[in-house]
Design a protein around this ligand. Structure first.
Ligand code: PXG
Length: 304
């Protein structure tokens, strides 16, 4: 960890240990807010524009007006990476409803809080092969699209936290949740892909997934690699009998699933299609055109 790490809070840099918000913040009291998890690889903020669009759409859905323009938010992210001199980092952008009273009504919260936390993070993509993990099917169903939908990247993550606790109790790495209908949805903080007979399949928005930025990039990579890719409903049977299963997410990047419950997936993990997607993703992450550079002068943050 960087020994002088600053957090951006509402336009100011605050030392990590001193960074705090009110106990009356509805983000804390009710999970009322939105966030993004973003990666910077070799000074390039990977898919920054896509993350910004998702953040502002999440905020729109929960009727939370963000008091910064998208451009100002990008500049704020760049400023804190520069301040902490981080070239390979994980970036957490959080916008909460702000302080109100103890009631649930957000009307009394008139000043959203914006904070940006950055940490140095090495990529697992330095490994030549994807990591292999074991997962379980969670007994918790994914929140549906007409409930606290994970299409919104909100601070309301209890559904994932409970599934993760269950995975910890069962001594596996993660849990895959099914949607209300019984189709495969997603893992706690990553999207699911299966490979069958050389083609790639991933659940669609109908199963209440967060439309992951990594998922989106992997779908395009499949197209670039000439692989057939389909977004559709996937049954637990198809998951267990797939040739390969892998998960995608900003933090975990691409990981291969070797076992679900006690069932071994495919012939070997990681399988050949997962490996080729992983290799292509590895090449993509630090390409200049895949994101926004944090350390080029034209993007310099001008503090007032
Ligand atoms: N589904 C959910 C529910 C998520 O929270 C993803 C999929 C993957 O999306 P991206 O855009 O990252 O490809 C996420 C990712 C973590 C962490 O520790 C990740 C997320 C949220 C909180 C923590 O990896 N979101």
């Amino acid at each position: 960890m960087h020994d002088q790490n600053y957090v951006y809070i509402n336009g100011k840099f605050v030392e990590r240990e001193k960074a705090s918000v009110s106990v009356f913040d509805h983000g804390l009291l009710y999970g009322d807010g939105v966030f993004e998890g973003i990666r910077e690889y070799s000074g390039i903020i990977f898919q920054l524009k896509e993350h910004m669009v998702r953040l502002y759409n999440s905020a729109k859905y929960i009727r939370l007006p963000i008091p910064l323009s998208m451009e100002e938010m990008e500049q704020a992210i760049i400023s804190v990476l520069r301040k902490n001199n981080l070239k390979d980092a994980y970036i957490r952008v959080v916008v909460t409803r702000g302080a109100g009273d103890l009631g649930v009504d957000p009307k009394l919260c008139n000043r959203p809080n914006i904070f940006i936390i950055t940490e140095s993070m090495e990529s697992v993509l330095s490994l030549s092969e994807p990591k292999v993990i074991s997962v379980m099917i969670s007994s918790y169903r994914r929140d549906s699209t007409d409930a606290t939908s994970h299409e919104v990247k909100s601070l309301n993550y209890l559904n994932s936290v409970l599934a993760k606790i269950e995975a910890n109790e069962m001594e596996v790495n993660d849990a895959i949740m099914l949607d209300r209908r019984g189709f495969v949805s997603e893992a706690t903080v990553s999207n699911v892909f299966i490979v069958k007979d050389g083609s790639v399949h991933t659940p669609s928005g109908a199963s209440g997934i967060l439309r992951g930025i990594t998922r989106g990039r992997v779908i395009r990579l499949c197209e670039e690699l000439g692989l057939e890719i389909k977004e559709r409903d996937i049954t637990p049977y198809e998951l267990f009998t797939a040739d390969e299963v892998f998960l995608t997410g900003t933090k975990s990047e691409i990981v291969s699933v070797g076992k679900i419950n006690s069932v071994v997936i495919g012939k070997s993990s990681p399988g050949p299609v997962t490996r080729s997607i992983y290799r292509a993703f590895r090449k993509a992450v630090s390409r200049r055109e895949e994101g926004v550079p944090a350390f080029e002068e034209s993007y310099a943050y001008r503090s007032k």
